[in-house]
Design a protein around this ligand. Structure first.
Ligand SMILES: [Zn+2]
Length: 486
């Protein structure tokens, strides 16, 4: 039930007595660092001007030695992702326009900085009676505690100025409305927003990077992650991509009123490379909601684990039991893998399991821990918030969203610290979870092969466009090796 606000946990400093199993060493390092930084400040006091510049520079690349200033830190280190761009866009202005039938006005305004739903209504010009009527009408259908500054309030008033209809838009798909009925009372409901699912098949030739090629094909760069994750055991896209390599993809777009909301199921992907050959993957759900990519024979690309429990931008720090600390100049283990990703990026359970911890935990910030089969436990730290309703003792399934990337606790910018322990000992998730996947059960194979055959024919029919040599009109240097997400 706990869903701390995005900044709620950030300024919280861990009490020294709080047990911090996950990042104990980092915390100790940080304490030492504080002392180091403290003495640096002392020295620097001799030359005050120097201190202002030297101290932040020394600690700038690392975790903040003093009170963490997350806004500063994240602005500096946060990789700009699609999510960030959306979150950073300015809140909508107040827009007033005549109603379609000309008999009144329609006003759209952001929820803004109001401290609650009622104050927001009153600030927007509602009378106390109107506000009370709207609250009464909507109290059963929407949760007023989930209001956010970027949400939109839409008021429709007739020519006399009487409120006839109200709409609350939390997102393009989460919309609530209240309208005046014949008796003059307000009736509230959640608006069913139709989502169009459009299956598209695209392909392209890589000139500089897979991301750029996806974009040229009219697709989002976020799909790079699907290729990288699926083929991570076969292909290193960073070093093995060459100009002229090709990709094909069959994916579902989810659109609301024509606007792309997100990508749905990716049915099939293919890459052909000069260095890595041909690889194809087909999505198959052996159980509802439990799909995975399989090769032509029906073997899953991954084991029972998601090696990466999110779509990330890059690994900002690998698991390293002998990490030489850049400032302390001594070995400080890093008991997990840090994945840099935009604030709000969903984090999935890496495998089926039972939640053993949900909450703020010292340097880990907002932490979720999940117990799995065979003595494994996974830890997801620095979350901005938790999945709604997530509780200790709850069972979760693989790829279920358990929280969202953030920068809570001791963190310099939005990232997920993903830790894996086996019988209480930390191990490298990138190594430990890298086994080959299982074959589909015999009773699924015939159906899978039929589906895969159809998808293969669809893939083969996708045009990939001319090789870069022929594409004279838009020359791009064949830079290789390339970044998958450049
Ligand atoms: Zn970490």
């Amino acid at each position: 039930m706990s869903e701390p606000s995005d900044d709620g946990g950030v300024r919280h400093r861990p009490l020294p007595s709080v047990g911090i199993p996950l990042l104990r060493d980092e915390v100790r390092a940080s304490r030492v660092r504080r002392v180091v930084a403290g003495s640096l400040v002392g020295v620097a006091l001799v030359a005050i001007l120097l201190a202002v510049f030297v101290v932040p520079e020394l600690v700038g690349e690392e975790e903040p030695a003093e009170e963490p200033d997350d806004t500063l830190a994240s602005a500096e280190t946060a990789p700009l992702s699609l999510l960030d761009a959306a979150a950073a866009s300015a809140p909508p202005e107040v827009v007033e326009e005549p109603l379609a039938d000309g008999a009144g006005t329609r006003t759209v305004r952001p929820f803004g900085s109001a401290i609650g739903f009622r104050p927001a209504l009153v600030e927007a010009g509602c009378t106390g009676a109107e506000a009370d009527a709207l609250i009464a009408a909507l109290t059963e259908v929407m949760d007023f505690r989930r209001c956010r500054p970027s949400h939109e309030l839409i008021f429709e008033r007739d020519v006399e100025g009487t409120l006839t209809r109200f709409e609350y838009r939390a997102s393009s798909t989460q919309v609530y409305e209240a309208h005046r009925n014949a008796d003059g009372d307000f009736e509230g409901s959640r608006v069913e927003v139709p989502i169009d699912r459009i299956r598209i098949a695209r392909g392209g030739t890589i000139r500089a990077s897979l991301g750029a090629a996806l974009e040229r094909a009219g697709l989002g760069r976020t799909l790079v992650g699907v290729f990288v994750e699926t083929f991570e055991r076969q292909i290193n896209f960073n070093t093995q991509t060459r100009a002229g390599d090709t990709f094909r993809i069959i994916v579902e777009e989810e659109r609301v009123a024509g606007e792309l909301l997100r990508y749905g199921t990716v049915y099939a992907i293919e890459v052909r490379g000069q260095r890595f050959g041909e690889h194809r993957a087909y999505w198959y759900e052996a159980r509802p909601q439990h799909g995975d990519f399989h090769d032509e024979t029906g073997r899953a690309f991954h084991g029972g684990w998601l090696r990466t429990p999110l779509r990330y931008d890059h690994i900002s720090s690998p698991f390293d039991p002998r990490r030489l600390h850049p400032i302390l100049r001594r070995v400080v283990p890093h008991n997990g893998v840090d994945y840099a990703a935009g604030t709000g990026t969903p984090v999935w359970a890496a495998a089926d399991g039972t939640v053993t911890f949900v909450g703020a935990r010292g340097a880990n910030g907002n932490l979720v821990s999940v117990q799995h089969e065979n003595g494994y436990e996974t830890h997801y730290a620095h979350l901005s918030r938790f999945a709604a309703g997530l509780e200790r003792g709850q069972t979760v399934t693989q790829r279920q969203v358990i929280g969202y990337v953030g920068s809570t606790g001791r963190s310099t910018g939005p990232h997920l610290h993903f830790g894996l322990a086996r019988h209480g000992r930390f191990v490298d998730p990138q190594v430990e979870l890298n086994g080959p996947g299982r074959m589909l059960a015999a009773n699924h194979l015939a159906r899978f092969r039929r589906i895969a055959r159809t998808l293969r024919a669809e893939l083969d029919a996708i045009e990939v466009g001319p090789a870069p040599d022929d594409a004279a009109e838009e020359p791009e240097p064949p830079a290789a090796p390339t970044e998958p997400t450049d």
